[in-house]
Each structure stands twice: as structure tokens, then as C-alpha cells.
Design a protein around this ligand. Structure first.
Ligand code: AMP
Length: 186
């Protein structure tokens, strides 16, 4: 089972992806977390992406695509995964389609969480994870980048018949139940 969890910054992708992964016994893959780990470990990749992430901008498509391709080739990903934070551009979505096709695999569901902007901003300011990109200024940039570069990804999965829209407001458990209800019948 391969699931994409999608939505603007602050929509709750990470929180929900973790629950979904536990529920189905699949891996939670977060490209943002992979980059933050690389930064903390001081790897070459970390050095390349640090400034971009601190600015709230997107890491170049090829860098993300290569990282995802290498990661999902791992044996433990065969049982399935929920990917959070990718694809973030239409180019990444197309590259993901192609890489899955080469592997004889496909996406089963694209779950899109939505919430009003003021709630997204409040959540990000309140989350207190000490992220360098959770300042008011960087949050504004990230929401703009989302609207301009990432939101068009929805159309890509709508055309593929995989798009499921889920209300991302309410309690963590309410949202989780909505996600389960939105999953396609197997
Ligand atoms: P996230 O944890 O998903 O909010 O990601 C944090 C930051 O990592 C983003 O603001 C981007 O700078 C970078 N990032 C994560 N995933 C991607 C991606 N798929 N494409 C480009 N940049 C990404």
C-alpha cells in the first residue's frame, strides 16, 4: 500500500501520517524530516539544503526525487509506505509516477488535508518544535510557495482518479477517522 498525504504546511500531515503508518503497519516517510536529519548530521546533502529550508523555499526537484528513489528502493519499503511532504511540485509528481512505473508499482491513495490559513498559521506558531522555518515570516513564505508551486499537484492526482479531500480541522482522532473513511476499498 502506497499512500501520499498532502496539504499545506500546518495541515497535520506528519501527525496523521504517523497514525496511518501505525494503523496499516507501513512506513512513514517524510522528506522534510529526512532533510532536517541530514542537516543535523552535517552530511553533504544537509549542507546543500540548509539555507533553502531555513528560507522556507523548496529544495530542487532532482535532489528530492533522487533521495526518494534511493529510499524506497530499501527492502523495508516493500510492505508499503505513507509519504508526507512529497511530491511538492507537478514535476516531482511526474517523476514519482515514472519511478513507480519502472518498479511496477503505483500510488493507491492521495489524501489531501485542508484547513483555513489562519488555523494553519496558528498551529505552526504553536507547535514549538524549534524548527528554524516556523517563524512568522518563514511561515508566510511557505504558504505562498505551497499555493504557487505545490497546490497544482492536486490536479495531477485528480486526473489520475486518486484524489481524496479530507477536512483537516477538529481533533487528531476525528481527522484520522475521516482519513480512514476516505481510503479506497481494497
Ligand atoms: P516539511 O517538513 O514537509 O514541512 O518540509 C520542510 C522543508 O523541507 C520544506 O519547506 C522544504 O524546504 C523542504 N522539503 C521537504 N520536502 C520537499 C519536497 N518534496 N520538495 C522540495 N522541498 C522539500
Amino acid at each position: 500500500m502506497r499512500i501520499i498525504i498532502f496539504g499545506p504546511p500546518g495541515a497535520g500531515k506528519g501527525t496523521q501520517a504517523k497514525k496511518v503508518a501505525e494503523h496499516f503497519g507501513i512506513i512513514h516517510l517524510s522528506t522534510g524530516k529526512m532533510f532536517r536529519d541530514a542537516i543535523n548530521e552535517g552530511t553533504e546533502l544537509g549542507k546543500i539544503v540548509k539555507f533553502i529550508i531555513d528560507e522556507g523555499q523548496l529544495v530542487p526537484d532532482q535532489t528530492v526525487v533522487d533521495m526518494v528513489e534511493e529510499t524506497i528502493a530499501g527492502e523495508e519499503y516493500k510492505k508499503g509506505y505513507i509519504i508526507d511532504g512529497f511530491p511538492r511540485t507537478v514535476e516531482q509528481a511526474v517523476a514519482f509516477d515514472n519511478m513507480l512505473e519502472r518498479r511496477n508499482e503505483a500510488v493507491d491513495a492521495f489524501i489531501s488535508l485542508y484547513a483555513p490559513d489562519d488555523e494553519l498559521i496558528q498551529r505552526l506558531l504553536a507547535r514549538g518544535e524549534g524548527r528554524s522555518d516556523d517563524t512568522e515570516e518563514k511561515i508566510k513564505t511557505r504558504l505562498e510557495v505551497y499555493k504557487k508551486e505545490t497546490a497544482p499537484v492536486m490536479e495531477h492526482y485528480q486526473q489520475a482518479g486518486l484524489f481524496r479531500s479530507v477536512d483537516g480541522t477538529g481533533t487528531v482522532d476525528e481527522i484520522f477517522q475521516r482519513i480512514l473513511s476516505a481510503m479506497p476499498e481494497k
